[in-house]
Design a protein around this ligand. Sequence first.
Ligand SMILES: [Mn+2]
Length: 343
Amino acid sequence: MADWPQIPPMDDATYARMKAETNRWYWYGIPTFFRAPWNENPAEADIALVGVPHSSGNGSTERDQHLAPRFMRHVSCWYKRAHFKYQLNPWTECRINDLGDTPLPEAMVNDVSVQHIEAFYKRLDAAGTRPVSVGGDHSITGPILKAIAGKDARISKGRKAALVHFDAHTDSYDHIPHWLGAVRSAAHWASYAAIEGHIDTSKSVQVGIRGNVVTLDWRKSSDRLGYRVITIDEYRELGVQKTIEAIRERVGDSPVYITFDMDVLDPSHAPAVSNLEPGYTGLMTGEAIALLQGLRGLDVIGGDVVCIIPTKDNPNNITSMNGMVLMFEQICLIADYLRGQKK
Ligand SMILES: [Mn+2]
């Protein structure tokens, strides 16, 4: 038998030390986003990581998008990383906490729940805390923008947001009177948030739109609202650098909100999304990361990653894992901007 050393009794100090040593492994303890501290007080965070377990705003396919925050907490436990390219450790640079989930006591009723989401994010706005959120379906982005951008918003300093919207679809379908009964749905948010004064469409871009269309006039509402639409075909012609230049020129010095619908990625990189666009190759995850990094230095007031259906994912949770890295890039864009403001 091996001659193991004698283990001393586990007094409180020993227990604390052993726990701290084990805590860096993803399979130990209670999962939070990126192992950030769980702290529901917005005033104690610069960047708030928030789950929005909401899935009554879409319903065109499977509806398990409300399970994504739970899976993202699970997978992101091993990704408390520093950003190599930015030479930035966001976790020590800023106060970044897991603020928990938006409470949704009427989760089955979309048009009530979006009001609850807006009210929750107004608490963050009042504290000046920038949110990086995990949906939920894409209907969550409308109420988040209503809370943190526009004339009454603190985080945007009363300005409308420039929207940088990655998606296979435009989500501005205001010619559809309702979506399975939901008026403020995942198909409508990019329209009403602009009409109601929270998005400046003249500064905004919708990137990665692709695939065949349900009706041939699909693009009319985005054009009429004033969005710049960069389809996947136009993106392929421009390439990463020229697309970044086009986005930055359009955004100017506006406060920026980033929303990332995982269906903009190719189904091979993100198989577990609600509205798959097969056939027409989507963004590779690395291209999406390069596009996000092209926004470095902009006043990013918040961001989200939406539309993951974890119950459709492969056993490695690859869709959640790619979503995790895209969330990390959003966190680092904000932390890097806030570091620049301190100098
Ligand atoms: Mn969308």
